[in-house]
Design a binder for this molecule. Structure first.
Ligand code: HEC
Ligand code: HEC
Ligand code: HEC
Ligand code: HEC
Length: 154
């Protein structure tokens, strides 16, 4: 009688321990799933430039979409009949179309080339919006100086 009770206690303990261990393992697995939280920012490093003359630019895509609340079409576009008809799934790589690589005196290029210049495309889009934003809100929150964007080692 005593003995079987002891056995009962023992197996109950074994079961409890097994449940705890399983719980711990699942906890680890779940935790591991969450752990490498995706970094929402990435380096913009176009292959169009065989070598970069400036430090690279880190861009927080998620912050611009979710925190600052901009539409995709503020930055992404496909023009048809003068209208931006870009939708998710259309090209996102700027250099797919803006493949004119000049980075010096690019403002002296003929206009059609300027429109396809990659450096101008980025600078007009990024700095253009930042200037407007700062101006309208009387802040300096959005970077407009070279070394505020070109921060990352190349
Ligand atoms: C403030 C500007 C901006 C906004 C707003 C924006 N994007 Fe982007 N997005 C970029 C830039 C810049 C890149 C990188 C382009 C390159 O490498 O040539 C990019 C890259 C991407 C990529 C490819 C890289 C990746 O993360 O897979 C996808 C997909 C994308 N954007 C989708 C979207 C969608 C969908 C929206 C709206 C919900 C959006 N973007 C809003 C600027 C923006
Ligand atoms: C599918 C091709 C395509 C892609 C991809 C593309 N662009 Fe453009 N972009 C164009 C064309 C074409 C024009 C000229 C539109 C016009 O006729 O005004 C243009 C114009 C611009 C302009 C205005 C240029 C000026 O001189 O007024 C900016 C700024 C710009 N793009 C930035 C970007 C950025 C930043 C990206 C990537 C996030 C990007 N573009 C991706 C095709 C593209
Ligand atoms: C349509 C408007 C808009 C465009 C386009 C835009 N930004 Fe911004 N960006 C903002 C605003 C607004 C802030 C500051 C928000 C705040 O802190 O109040 C900001 C902040 C930033 C910051 C500092 C804070 C952070 O999120 O890291 C960096 C760096 C930056 N932008 C880089 C870029 C680059 C690079 C591009 C072009 C690929 C770009 N931005 C295009 C609106 C824009
Ligand atoms: C709002 C952010 C922002 C600011 C401010 C800014 N840039 Fe850029 N710049 C970019 C982005 C994004 C690219 C594209 C980088 C790439 O594709 O590697 C770029 C590309 C360039 C390039 C071509 C790539 C290279 O490294 O040779 C040069 C040169 C450059 N910028 C110089 C400057 C200078 C000089 C200033 C200040 C007068 C400046 N930028 C200010 C975002 C910025």
């Amino acid at each position: 009688m005593d003995r079987s009770e002891g056995e009962g206690m023992k197996s109950a303990k074994v079961v409890a321990a097994a449940v705890l261990t399983l719980g711990w393992i699942f906890g680890l697995l779940l935790g591991a799933g969450d752990a490498p939280a995706q970094d929402p920012s990435f380096l913009i490093e176009s292959d169009l430039y065989r070598e970069h003359s400036q430090p690279l630019v880190e861009f927080n895509h998620d912050a611009h979409m979710y925190d600052y609340g901009y539409d995709c079409q503020e930055c992404h576009h496909v023009f048809r009949g003068g209208e931006n008809v870009w939708t998710d799934g259309d090209p996102t790589d700027c250099e797919e179309c803006h493949n004119e690589p000049t980075v010096r005196n690019e403002k002296r290029l003929p206009l059609p080339k300027q429109q396809l210049n990659l450096k101008l495309a980025y600078h007009k889009n990024c700095i253009g919006c930042h200037r407007t934003y700062n101006h309208e809100n009387h802040v300096m929150a959005a970077p407009v100086k070279c070394q505020e964007c070109h921060t990352q080692p190349r």
